[in-house]
Design a protein around this ligand. Sequence first.
Ligand code: NAP
Length: 293
Amino acid sequence: MTELLKGKPVADRITIEIAEKAENLKASGVVPTLAIVRLGKEPGDISYEKGAVKRAAEAGVEVKSLVFDRDMTQEDLIAEIEKLNEEDSVHGVLIFRPLPKHIDEKAVCEVLDPAKDIDGITSGSLAGIFMDSDVGFPPCTAAACIEMLDHYGYDLKGKKVTVMGRSLVIGKPVVMMAMRRNATVTICHSRTTAEDFAAAGSNADIVIAAVGKARMITEDMLGEGQVIIDVGINMDENGKLCGDVDFDRENPDEGIGAHAAAITPVPAGVGSVTTAVLMKHVINAAEKAADRV
Ligand code: NAP
């Protein structure tokens, strides 16, 4: 029977650990604070913000929400981010993306101080991941994949890990993080041949799926006894939320579930862990800032 790797116990454990750290920071006069920058009222942003605010309250993190019009100019947005960089009371900044089309997203992200970049959007943070240095933070979803594996006791050392997807948000950073844990990593993307994709999937001990295609990863692309981390959040043809992996959570012992040792469900898997990781990064940023004083 496959083990269902749910996100909630992972998120709850992280929250308890960081709440203690938040208390210690507050006792020394530092209130860990996250600034959320939102342009307009995109439903996805509002719903993520709601979850983040709830998680922040549990973790002892203050949230400062900055809401601007969606037609705000790039110059004004950059000026706001520069102000947040200078504000000592703000330790982490989350900018909701995608930004509206008239704004050069990369230019805006680059203005953020990597020390406050708690979701890995600056090249400073990405360089930090690639160089194993202490600059910035990895993107929360990539970090959440590793948190899931750690929590459920799956050591990556010497394991064959196949990462499906090579985005800067998930695929590439997770490759570097798995390599840092001494995994042997294979990465697949849209130009990988179907034959190589299936071979890389079948041959792995651990599969991390982040292609963003509903149930694209089928039984014939996977092997026996694997640990599968499904990062995908997609809508299927019936408007139902599903992952990238063709796993039927209603019938977990059939199909892929009959062969996998463990798998993260969608929903209630990796997605449930990202806001806890976000708060962990804020606490970490606050600790680093306190050390610098
Ligand atoms: P993305 O930027 O669209 O990247 C998708 C990656 O998958 C690309 O590298 C692409 O290859 C590859 N790919 C696409 N179609 C493929 C195919 N048919 N065969 C092989 N590779 C293929 O997506 P993303 O931002 O990384 O997100 C991936 C998934 O994670 C989405 O479902 C997203 O909703 C979900 N997500 C979840 C969370 C969470 O909290 N759990 C957070 C963020 C995103 P190329 O590079 O060659 O184009």
